[in-house]
Design a protein around this ligand. Structure first.
Ligand code: ATR
Length: 273
């Protein structure tokens, strides 16, 4: 691809962004789709300045990551209803409507799950009560899933459970919940502390589906344990790829080549392992 006067610019804004896999994923997609576009990483604490820059320079779209996902909301021209409910934006589209915010994390988790199972009416234990748990919780609730939150700190777990109108249990009591699906949303098990697992082995039953949103490593300790117990497992890479595919669709109106994206990100993860 030749970068020229027509090249469209996209990026990710966050602090830090040094380990982000979004540039590899999106540049692969732009190139595979024959688009004259590039995607860069912008490491800044100045989210207001970033938005002014987007408008002034005509940057077409931005992924938003830690610590800006909530702080960006009041600065945008408009915010999608689901992102408003979740209280976090991870995608900005810059077009004739100004800067509009969306949350594709929720969509990514949903697609990763629905690729493998029918979720309506099932009982799901979400472990963790941070931004990712919130995004997943709201979209699952909309799909008729019976939720329960387990979290290390009671106050944060209870607050999310109240918002979702569902029960809360402390981590030590997670085994008492007869969940058909467990979704692990904390950083436990993430590289370099990848020997850790937040779910005791005896909680994992063979009829369960277990999803981990950690994607480095792709197979976390939790997923290895779940697999050996006979559970169906869903790795975090699926959610990451599908949230990226939805960003691409919002920016370009095109369907993303999901298999190509997955291969590109897997290659980088395997190289760094
Ligand atoms: P994100 O927005 O990416 O979901 P976050 O808002 O920092 O991340 O939330 C992280 C979640 O993981 C929280 O629920 C946190 O539990 P606390 O509410 O007790 O802080 C949980 N978490 C982080 N590290 C953990 C650990 N070592 N053990 C158990 N839970 C942990």
């Amino acid at each position: 691809m030749i970068i020229d006067q027509h090249t469209a610019l996209y990026g990710v804004v966050g602090y830090p962004v040094g380990h982000s896999l979004s540039p590899v994923m999106h540049n692969t997609v732009f190139s595979a789709s024959g688009l004259n576009a590039v995607y860069l990483a912008f490491e800044t604490k100045d989210i207001g300045g970033c938005l002014e820059g987007m408008k002034a320079l005509g940057i077409r779209g931005m992924s938003v990551t830690i610590p800006h996902k909530s702080a960006v909301i009041p600065l945008l021209d408009d915010v999608d209803d689901l992102a408003k409910k979740i209280g976090a934006v991870n995608t900005i589209v810059n077009d004739d409507n100004g800067l509009v915010g969306y949350n594709t994390d929720a969509f990514g988790a949903l697609r990763a799950l629905e690729d493998k199972i029918e979720i309506s009416g099932i009982t799901c234990l979400i472990i963790g009560a941070g931004g990712a748990a919130r995004a997943i919780g709201f979209i699952m609730k909309e799909r008729g899933v019976h939720l329960c939150i387990a979290n290390r700190s009671d106050h944060k777990g209870e607050a999310l459970a109240r918002s979702l109108k569902c029960p809360f249990v402390p981590l030590k009591d997670m085994g008492e919940i007869h969940a058909e699906l467990i979704i692990q949303t904390t950083p436990v098990g993430m590289y370099p502390r990848d020997g850790h697992c937040i779910v005791p082995k005896e909680v994992l039953k063979k009829e369960m589906v277990v999803m981990d949103i950690v994607y480095n490593p792709i197979e976390t300790k939790l997923l290895t344990l779940a697999r050996t117990q006979g559970c169906l497992t869903i790795d975090g890479l699926q959610m990451f790829i599908h949230q990226g595919a939805e960003q691409f669709r919002l920016w370009t109106g095109l369907e993303a080549p999901v298999t190509t994206m997955t291969k590109a990100v897997e290659k980088v993860l395997k190289k760094s392992a």
